[in-house]
Design a protein around this ligand. Structure first.
Ligand code: ADP
Length: 440
C-alpha cells in the first residue's frame, strides 16, 4: 500500500464545546416552546370558559410550573378599603385563613408592586424593608424569594400576581418576569370577562324582577279594575235602555263607549300577560275565516263610515268559506286589531283592502291600507310590547302599543306567521299566514 509519509495526518478538531453549546441552545428552545404551548393552553382555556375560579386555578398552576416556584397567589385591589385581598380561587385549601387577611398598600411588597405598577424581584424577602410577615404568620408558609407583577386592565392596575420561592438554587430572572407578565394579562382579561358576565347577569336579574313586578301589577290592576267596570257597564246599559230622551241616550252612549274602551285595554293587558306566561289555551273549533272576517268588518262599520273609508273584502278563491281549525276568539282578536290599526292610521277617504286566500294547507289573510305607513327600521319593533312609532306623548293616535304583540302572540300559538310591508306615506300591508289546523 502506498503511503505518503511526508504528508501529516489532519489533526482532529475538538468540537465538543460547540456541540454542547448547540445542545444547550436546542434545549433552551425546546423549553421555550413548551412554555409557549402551556401559555397557549391558558389562552384557549380563557376563551372557552367564563368560570373565573377554574380559570384562575389553571393559571396559578401554570404559573408555578413555568416559573418553577412553590406557590402563586393573586391579590385584587379593593376600592372600598384601599387594600389588597387574596382571590379565594387562588388560595390553596391549606392556606384558607388567608381569605381574611388583607394586605396594605403601604408596608408590603405586593402594595409596592401595585402602587408603582412595576414588577419586582426579591431574593431574600425577609430582609426587605417592605416585608410584611402577617401573610406568612397566618398561612404558615415560609416565603424566601418573591416575584411580583402588577395586574393591569386598560392601563389601570387592578391587583398583583405574586410567585413565591424559586425552586432549586436558581434566582428569578427576566424569563420569569415575562411569563408572569403574560399570565397577568390573561388574568386581567379573565377578571374583566367575569365582571362583564356578572354585570350582564345582574342586569338580567333586575329585568326579570321588573318584569315580574309588571306582571303582578297588571294582574292585580286588571282584576281590581274589571269588577267595578263590569258594574259601570251593567248599570250604564240598563239606564241606556230606560232613558227615553235623545240627550240622555247620547250621554249614556258616551259613558258606555268609554267604559268599553277601558275594558278593551284591560283585556289587552290580561291577554299579553297570558302570552308571556305561556298559559294561553287554544279552544279549538272548525269555522269559516270568511265569516270571522265579515263579523269583524261589521263591528267596525260605524268607524269606517265616520272616516268615509272604502273597505273591501276580496276572496281570492271565490265562494270558498276558507274553513280553519282554530280558536275563534283569538283569531277574532288578530283580525280586529289589524283592521282597527288600518282604520286608525289611514286618513279619511282612504282605502283598506282585506284579502283572504288559501294555498294548500295554508290560509293567507292580508290587510292593506293607504295610511301613514311605517319606516322599515320599525318593522320588527312594532311587535314588541308598548312599542309605538310615534312617541306616546306627542302622538296623534290613541293606543297603548299592545295590539300587535297580542296579534303576534295569537298567530304564534296557532303556529302561524305574520309579516309587515310598508312605505312611509303610502300605506302598510300586514300578511298573516295560518295553517288550516294548528298541528299542521
Ligand atoms: P297601538 O296601535 O295601540 O299603538 P299596536 O301594537 O297595534 O299599538 O301598533 C304598534 C305601532 O305600530 C303603532 O303605534 C303604529 O305606530 C304602528 N302601526 C301599526 N299598524 C299600523 C298601520 N296599519 N299603519 C301605520 N302604522 C301602524
Amino acid at each position: 500500500m502506498l503511503q505518503y509519509l511526508d504528508k501529516p495526518e489532519p489533526e482532529k478538531e475538538d468540537n465538543s464545546d460547540v456541540l454542547a453549546a448547540c445542545r444547550q441552545k436546542i434545549a433552551d428552545q425546546e423549553q421555550r416552546i413548551a412554555y409557549l404551548e402551556r401559555i397557549a393552553e391558558v389562552s384557549r382555556f380563557l376563551s372557552s370558559t367564563l368560570q373565573l375560579d377554574d380559570l384562575l386555578k389553571n393559571i396559578v398552576q401554570v404559573a408555578t410550573e413555568l416559573t418553577q416556584t412553590e406557590a402563586c397567589s393573586i391579590l385584587l385591589y379593593d376600592k372600598a378599603t384601599n387594600e389588597l385581598k387574596f382571590m379565594p380561587a387562588t388560595i390553596s385549601t391549606s392556606a384558607e385563613k388567608l381569605m381574611d387577611v388583607v394586605v396594605p398598600l403601604d408596608n408590603s411588597i405586593a402594595g409596592w408592586v401595585f402602587r408603582k405598577a412595576r414588577p419586582i424581584l426579591i431574593r431574600d424577602a425577609k430582609t426587605d424593608p417592605r416585608w410584611n410577615s402577617r401573610v406568612d404568620d397566618t398561612s404558615k408558609f415560609d416565603t424566601r424569594s418573591i416575584l411580583g407583577v402588577p395586574l393591569k386592565m386598560k392601563n389601570q392596575v387592578i391587583g398583583v400576581i405574586e410567585l413565591l420561592n424559586k425552586k432549586g438554587d436558581g434566582d428569578f430572572g427576566q424569563d420569569d418576569i415575562k411569563i408572569a407578565t403574560t399570565l397577568a394579562a390573561h388574568i386581567a382579561v379573565a377578571i374583566e370577562n367575569a365582571k362583564l358576565w356578572e354585570d350582564l347577569h345582574h342586569a338580567y336579574d333586575e329585568l326579570a324582577e321588573l318584569d315580574r313586578l309588571k306582571s303582578e301589577f297588571v294582574s292585580i290592576a286588571s282584576h281590581e279594575l274589571r269588577t267595578p267596570l263590569a258594574v259601570i257597564l251593567g248599570y250604564a246599559s240598563f239606564l241606556r235602555d230606560q232613558v227615553t230622551t235623545a240627550e240622555g241616550t247620547g250621554q249614556l252612549d258616551v259613558v258606555l263607549s268609554s267604559a268599553m274602551k277601558l275594558r278593551g285595554l284591560i283585556d289587552d293587558m290580561v291577554n299579553l300577560r297570558h302570552i308571556h306566561n305561556d298559559d294561553v289555551q287554544l279552544d279549538l273549533t272548525v269555522f269559516s275565516m270568511k265569516a270571522l272576517v265579515t263579523d269583524v268588518m261589521e263591528e267596525f262599520e260605524k268607524l269606517v263610515k265616520v272616516k268615509q273609508l272604502k273597505v273591501k273584502l276580496q276572496m281570492i278563491q271565490g265562494d270558498d268559506p276558507i274553513n280553519i281549525e282554530g280558536d275563534y276568539q283569538k283569531l277574532y282578536l288578530v283580525v280586529a286589531n289589524l283592521l282597527s290599526n288600518a282604520i286608525k292610521f289611514t286618513a279619511e277617504k282612504g282605502v283598506i283592502l282585506v284579502e283572504l286566500s288559501r294555498q294548500g294547507q295554508k290560509i293567507y289573510f292580508r290587510i292593506a291600507d293607504t295610511g301613514i305607513g311605517i319606516a322599515e327600521e320599525h318593522f320588527s319593533k312594532i311587535f314588541e310590547d308598548f312599542y309605538q312609532v310615534e312617541p306616546s306623548l306627542t302622538r296623534r293616535y290613541e293606543g297603548l302599543g299592545l295590539g300587535l304583540p297580542i296579534v303576534k302572540g295569537m298567530v304564534d300559538i296557532h303556529h302561524g306567521h305574520i309579516k309587515v310591508e310598508s312605505v312611509v306615506g303610502k300605506g302598510s300591508r300586514f300578511t298573516v299566514m295560518l295553517p288550516i289546523a294548528p298541528d299542521l
